[in-house]
Ligand binder design. Sequence first.
Ligand code: HEC
Length: 133
Amino acid sequence: MTKAMIVALIPLLMGAAPAVSQDADAGRQIFRDYCVTCHGMEGRGDGPMTQVLTIAPPDISRLTDDNNGVFPVSNVVAKVDGRVPVLGHGGPMPIFGPVFEGKAGALDSETGAPILTSETMVDLVAYLETLQR
Ligand code: HEC
């Protein structure tokens, strides 16, 4: 975490409302740039890379459905930013590079506890929620 991120997180830690609002349109662009090759345009696990992958990308438009109607925010953030290494995302060396670093952001987890992350991740999560069916 950079010094700028820590400074930006101070108001969040002090209980102020998150300064960042979720921008699903920006999230759509992140998804198209970094995820569709494997997960497909609608997140159904049918991107063009599936032909060369030995582990099939899961259908991520069913995450809410598979989690009793609640979008699994913590699981998604952890598996995308590498807190929980996912082989298909490069394991301990995530394939997304520095895209999820930079400006700080926060999300509410399923339990209501804040997840400290980046603004890019906040936007991506907003878009992923729109893909749920
Ligand atoms: C190189 C192909 C590839 C790319 C690019 C990719 N993924 Fe994945 N993703 C996978 C594979 C394969 C798995 C399952 C891996 C495993 O179980 O080890 C996975 C798993 C996931 C999971 C876990 C789903 C669950 O059931 O817990 C989520 C969420 C996810 N990906 C989201 C994303 C997002 C968001 C992006 C873009 C930022 C992305 N992925 C980019 C291949 C990819």
